[in-house]
Design a protein. Structure first.
Length: 96
């Protein structure tokens, strides 16, 4: 029976046989190879998901990452204020 997993990271830890409790122990070469094989499976799964993600979703994700990255930049904030000032000036001159 599979355990109830609450997040993707829990699922990956379960799939890879990672237990976060208890002291670390030495592993055999066979256990190390099994560990590597499980991580290869995870990496292949992620690569498969990325390959099969529609371009529209990828662009949305890229846009979101760009917005988050730019929103933290003081230069971006200054440029944004400059653009807002220009729009305000244009609206005033157009009497809008």
């Amino acid at each position: 029976m599979l355990p109830v997993l609450v997040s993707i990271s829990d699922w990956i830890r379960y799939l890879c046989g990672i237990q976060l409790t208890g002291p670390m122990k030495s592993i055999t070469k066979q256990e190390a190879q099994e560990f590597k094989d499980r991580w290869k499976f995870v990496n292949d799964f992620i690569a498969h998901q990325i390959r099969n993600t529609p371009a529209e979703i990828k662009l949305q994700q890229l846009s979101a990452m760009f917005i988050v990255g730019q929103s933290r930049s003081p230069v971006f904030l200054a440029e944004e204020q400059e653009v807002r000032n220009r729009w305000r000036l244009l609206k005033q001159k157009a009497n809008v």
